[in-house]
Write a protein that binds this ligand. Structure first.
Ligand code: ATP
Ligand code: MG
Length: 465
């Protein structure tokens, strides 16, 4: 909430037929900094709500002209109605319950303690503010806070946006790295869309899924009869991408043979179709991506350094979601809108409690995992809002399902997959303990039976400090 919102003056309507009663309420509330409006009967209350749009209305249910309950119905049926706190006679709880069913926000029984009245109004004021904040967030999302289709406002993601902007204009080879689900493909699409090549094609090649025997026909195409099964001439991906961008995804999983073939075409700039004569020259911009630690792959000689330098004229690193938690509310709202449109139904908002729980998650699967969690809520939630209890189990009760929240990296060899899993576990576990101890490292270390320095080093190694 901005300071601006905090200092905003809320209008409170007091609707009661007894002047003394109005006076009492007014006195109780005026000092709290509200702007007080008054109505002496139900009809006037409805009119003032329509014309002056108070945020909160205190409505006595025993009033002449238009009875309180009828006035309530009219008030809450209007566009953007105030939160109505009904004032009932002591002992008439049933009436109060009926009023709540009819859309009242809260009730206070007469005679009331001044503090009780103030508390009820303060609670309503808090709700007004929270709703405004949520509305502001939604309108920011509608206006597209971020960069093209990429949502985000954090310093870390803004650096990515500005890098994308620069390389888009430059027509150089770009390597995009980052954990799974951080938005590498989306970033590649954004680069293409902002480049001079945007009118040309963007062709995606999944290097990992490509069997080595088919690399050449896939990438370079083939002439009719080049091999059994080649019944007609086919263009390869490089040719299809002519004048546009070729996106080589998952390059960290490319076989040695494929690496050699791709390097050759990058060096020679020309190629021939399989079984065909004339050499073909194409004008293609290369963007590649991997979620593997490419430097380690080079060190262990599983990725060619010469190819790496060709692909990485510029490298863009996408930060994991847990390193930019301030983007989570925005992304959650964004995906809520996307998923409600996709399914044609679903909740309109996420309660502040639920947003807080989302922000506290480590999100090992990053933005993709967040999108899936929100989709789950849209499909499963029954109310108007996503509440804390509507969040997927592993988010509400992280302790019970932490292990399943940690992604098993089936794409890695055993040792690395195990290392990654352990790291994720350490991160999830330590961050939670740290949070339980209000971020105090000494206290956390003590609670865990660890040396303070060890914990600090561990957090640094995990990239969380
Ligand atoms: N900044 C963002 N704003 C909105 N949506 C995003 C953002 N980043 C990613 N997404 C969405 O999250 C999902 C995952 O993104 P993407 O496929 O680009 O990730 P990736 O890094 O390529 O993952 P992997 O390594 O698993 O291939 C997609 O649905 C994408 O549209
Ligand atoms: Mg991808």
């Amino acid at each position: 909430m901005t300071d601006n919102d905090k200092t905003e003056i809320l209008k409170v309507l007091i609707a009661d037929d007894e002047p003394a009663s109005r006076f009492g309420m007014k006195r109780a509330l005026q000092k709290q900094g509200y702007l007080i409006l008054e109505a002496a009967d139900g009809r006037e209350a409805v009119r003032i709500c329509r014309e002056q749009r108070p945020e909160i209305a205190l409505l006595d249910l025993n009033m002449p002209k238009l009875a309180g309950m009828k006035a309530l119905e009219k008030i809450v049926a209007a566009d953007n109605p105030p939160l109505v706190i009904v004032v009932t006679a002591y002992g008439s709880e049933k009436v109060a319950v009926d009023a709540m069913k009819n859309g009242a926000y809260d009730y206070v029984a007469k005679p009331y303690e001044v503090d009780e009245l103030r508390m009820a109004v303060a609670r309503a004021a808090e709700t007004v503010m929270l709703r405004r904040e949520a509305e502001k967030l939604r309108s920011e999302v509608r206006q597209g806070v971020g960069f093209g289709r990429m949502v985000g406002q954090s310093a870390a993601i803004r650096q990515v946006f500005s890098a994308i902007e620069k390389v888009a204009a430059a027509d150089v080879a770009v390597l995009i790295t980052g954990e799974s689900g951080t938005g590498k493909e989306l970033a590649a699409r954004e680069i293409h869309a902002r480049s001079r090549r945007s009118a040309g094609p963007l062709i995606v090649v999944n290097s990992a899924a490509m069997p080595e025997t088919l690399v050449e026909s896939e990438l370079f195409g083939c002439e009719k009869g080049a091999f059994t099964g080649a019944e007609e001439q086919r263009q390869g991906k490089f040719e299809l991408a002519d004048g546009g961008t070729l996106f080589l995804d998952e390059i960290g999983d490319m076989s040695a043979g494929t690496q050699a073939k791709i390097l050759r075409i990058l060096e020679e700039q020309t190629f021939e179709r399989l079984g065909g004569g004339a050499s073909i020259r194409v004008n293609v911009r290369l963007i590649s991506a991997t979620n593997r630690d490419i430097r380690k792959l080079i060190e262990t000689e599983r990725f060619r350094e010469d190819l790496y330098f060709r692909l990485k004229v510029v490298e863009i690193v996408l930060p994991p979601l847990r390193e930019r938690p301030e983007d989570i509310p925005l992304l959650a709202e964004h995906f809520l809108g996307v998923m409600v449109r996709k399914h044609g139904r679903g909740p309109r908002a996420i309660t502040p409690d639920a947003v807080k729980a989302l922000v506290a998650q480590p999100w090992p699967g990053n933005i993709r995992q967040l999108a899936n969690a929100i989709e789950n809520c849209v499909v499963m939630a029954s109310g108007d809002e996503v509440r804390l209890e509507d969040l997927p189990e592993d988010i509400v009760k992280p302790g019970a399902a932490d292990a399943s929240a940690i992604a098993v990296r089936h794409d890695l060899p055993f040792r690395e997959a195990k290392q990654e899993f352990v790291r994720s576990f350490e991160r999830t576990y330590l961050l939670r303990k740290l949070e339980e101890n209000d971020g105090n490292i000494s206290r956390t270390a003590e609670a865990l039976g660890m040396q303070r320095q060890n914990l600090q080093q561990k957090l640094r190694d995990l990239g969380t400090r």
